[in-house]
Design a protein around this ligand. Structure first.
Ligand code: ARG
Length: 718
């Protein structure tokens, strides 16, 4: 018995005491001495103050949260901004038209007058960060553990709003370690952002979804923007008189190149990880959540693709949402496979055993995992239904739009004109977005398919019975034709499908029109069924899961009180990760080199292909080896991408990859397939970040785009 405990403790140390430089997304404002010293040991040549400072300018001042979910970096004294092509994708599509198709053909502003304003795009600069755990805990005092999940969001947003009012800046309070720590971040937000340059999609998305999440890789995944400010140096809405932003710090760009083993560091805004997930949560993910999401996305993508390839106007309309759905369709499929292949559930079980050994005799942790297990067991029968609602029913744009009208219905019925007016403001924006992206042929097929899949795959006892009984009057519920007929009539009769009819309706909304609308009726049949019968199980699940995970993490923190390498899950706050440029072995007998060159573009190139076409001029430049100063000094080749073992995730897209001196050597843009379990657990031998080599990017800007004006703006280190 004693032996066993010793063994378990050894496992615990191994697992929770993560290996530095292979794993960890650290908060730069509280970078521990041990972590910093390890960075130095690995090659870093900068002081802690140069990495992050609130008094002096530091690298952090060049890093921004770009739009809602990417990272970008300032690279000139005039606010020039680099990010990924897939981060700028929606904005590029939005300023494109069939006649000025920047998504297809690329765009290069030769001077500032040619730069294009991007409505709705903003970037956030981090100003400061402050621990507010005690203040939050004070507000949580007396609230039972199982009620915290429900009450916490309102508490945090109220505290943030008060702090924002006081400072006149954007304040957000983020939760760490599952509600065991709270940090308040102050941001300054700039809203006049303009498109400066983008390669054609055949470079920026070369390889498409086939190559997405894969190495080797040859995607030129970059786009260029500029931040503008008011004449008196303040953030401002778009205005023709605004001037380029003048930054506290901008990144110099090194074209000296990379080699295996070089130090690399990545700053950015990783969106979410779940590294402290339990084995019970993973089972739900692998058995139910992931496979059902993948199946439903697969069906929706097929219908969208069928229309997109027919017509460039439809392609422009659907491109952004298609890319988003496809990205995580492939991710979640790969994630399940890698969780199984990399034995992640078994690794979590070992963590849990180690925790139990540590917690023995500590009363508050008694039965923790038994409680977690029964929390999941209680929710499991309804989990599939919820995925079908979110990824199936609401996966149809018209049904999602229709579902969002339920608040309007309530307000009308309540006869509350103030509330009606308030809801209408939200709905107008929502409908504008919906109608701009509306493609009836694909959505008609989506509606038919998801209704049939729901019927076939969700537990029969959980179906909205009345809806399917009515549907039976059209034809057999086993036949696809029934669903197609229903979808056609839904689109012919719904006011949502017709912009004029919808606008007439919202100019004087009434509940009868809504009640009789087939899209609204359909969305409501499913929403009401879930809300009345199953939402309570979901709420109970979330509440107790929060309480038990919170307790688990409290223990993990206690157990690791002296372990500086412990780091919190990603939550879209600024992080730093460091490591090396590094090759890897994806499987026995195969070594993946640390770089890809333009040779691979020629190997993959397929003229006219949807994913592997490339501009003729690029192919000519590569064949002529006309690489100028961007060629690798040693090999004379042009390096397109490289990999490093930095620990990043979605949200880090566009992040700067920096060398030991803090100079820009690349842009992080993806992760590799073999480590798609990375949100849950890092496998240091397999986990790699895929980076665009800055030299390929500049070669495209310079030689293909002819935008030497942009090259001249940079501080190049040669
Ligand atoms: N996998 C990349 C990320 O999540 C996005 C790549 C976009 N490209 C694509 N083919 N969908 O950051």
């Amino acid at each position: 018995m004693k032996n066993l405990v010793l063994k378990i403790v050894a496992v615990y140390t191994l697992f929770f005491n993560v290996c530095l430089a292979d794993e960890g997304m650290f908060l730069p404002h509280i970078l521990g001495a041990k972590v910093y010293n390890d960075m130095v040991k690995n090659g870093l040549k900068l002081t802690k103050e140069q990495l992050y400072s609130i008094n002096k300018s530091s690298i952090k001042d060049a890093i921004v949260l770009f739009g809602g979910g990417c990272t970008a970096e300032i690279v000139s004294k005039e606010g020039l901004l680099f990010t990924n092509h897939h981060c700028g994708y929606n904005n590029i599509a939005a300023v494109s038209s069939v006649n000025h198709n920047y998504l297809r053909d690329g765009f290069w502003a030769k001077n500032k007058q040619e730069e294009i304003a991007c409505a709705g795009l903003s970037v956030s600069f981090l100003e400061s960060a402050e621990d507010v755990t005690s203040a939050v805990q004070l507000k949580l005092n007396g609230i039972p553990a199982t009620e915290i999940a429900a009450k916490l969001p309102a508490i945090l947003s109220e505290m943030s709003a008060t702090a924002s009012k006081t400072s006149g800046k954007e304040v957000r309070i983020s939760s760490f370690y599952k509600g065991n720590q709270f940090i308040q971040f102050t941001y300054v937000i700039y809203k006049d952002i303009r498109l400066v340059g983008t390669p054609p999609e055949s470079i920026g998305k070369f390889g498409g979804d086939t190559d997405n999440w894969e190495w080797p890789r040859h995607t030129g995944d970059f786009s260029i923007f500029r931040v503008y400010m008011s004449r008196d140096g303040k953030p401002a809405e778009y205005g023709p008189n605004n001037i380029p932003y003048s930054p506290k710090h901008f990144l110099p760009v090194s074209i000296k190149g990379v080699k295996d083993g070089d130090f690399s560091m990545i700053y950015g805004y990783p969106g979410s990880t779940n590294r402290y997930e339990t084995s019970y949560g993973l089972k739900l993910k692998v058995d139910i959540d992931n496979p059902n999401l993948v199946e439903l996305r697969d069906a929706r993508l097929k219908h969208m693709y069928a229309e997109m390839i027919k017509d460039p106007a439809v392609k422009l309309k659907l491109a952004g949402s298609y890319a988003g759905i496809a990205n995580y369709w492939k991710f979640f499929d790969g994630e399940s496979k890698q969780i199984i292949k990399n034995n992640v559930i078994e690794r979590k079980q070992k963590d849990e055993a180690a925790f139990e050994a540590w917690a023995k005799g500590k009363k508050e942790y008694d039965n923790l995992f038994t409680n977690i297990k029964s929390t999941y067991d209680n929710w499991r029968p309804y989990a599939k239904h919820r995925v079908y609602l979110n990824e199936g029913i609401y996966g149809s744009p018209i049904l999602a739009m229709a579902a969002s009208l339920s608040g309007l219905q309530t307000a009308i019925v309540k006869n509350n004109p103030e509330e009606v007016a308030k809801v209408l403001t939200r709905i107008k924006t929502q409908y504008k977005n919906y109608s701009e992206g509306q493609d009836i042929p694909s959505d008609k097929n989506i509606v038919a398919t998801v209704l049939q899949m729901f019927y076939k795959n969700v537990d029969a006892s959980q179906r909205p019975e009345d809806f399917y009984t009515k549907l039976k009057t059209i034809g057999s519920l086993e036949s696809a034709e029934t669903y197609q007929k229903f979808a056609s009539s839904l689109f012919s009769n719904s006011i949502l499908a017709d912009k004029n009819k919808f606008e007439t309706f919202i100019s004087k909304p009434d509940s009868t029109t809504l009640k009789n609308d087939p899209a609204f009726q359909t969305a409501m049949a499913f929403a009401t069924n879930f809300n009345t019968n199953y939402a309570k199980f979901f709420t109970a699940f979330n509440n107790s899961l929060f309480a038990f995970n919170n307790l688990y993490l409290k223990g993990v923190l206690e157990m690791n009180a002296k372990n500086e390498s412990l780091y919190p899950d990603a939550n879209q706050t600024m992080r730093i990760s460091y490591g090396q440029v590094k090759s890897y072995k994806p499987k026995d007998g195969i070594i993946c080199k640390e770089i890809c060159t333009t040779k691979g573009i020629l190997e993959k190139y397929k003229e006219g292909d949807y994913e592997f076409d490339a501009p003729k001029k690029l192919i000519e430049l590569i064949k002529a080896k006309d690489y100028g100063q961007y060629a690798d000094k040693q090999s004379k080749e042009l390096v397109v991408t490289f990999i490093s073992n930095n620990d990043i995730t979605g949200g880090n897209s566009g992040s700067p990859v920096l060398n030991a001196k803090g100079e820009l050597i690349g842009l992080a843009f993806d992760g590799n397939y073999e480590a798609l379990s990375h949100k849950i657990a890092v496998d240091k031998d397999l986990n790699r970040t895929i980076c665009l080599d800055i030299r390929y990017m500049l070669f495209v800007v310079d030689k293909l785009g002819g935008a030497t004006n942009l090259i001249n703006e940079l501080q190049l280190v040669k």
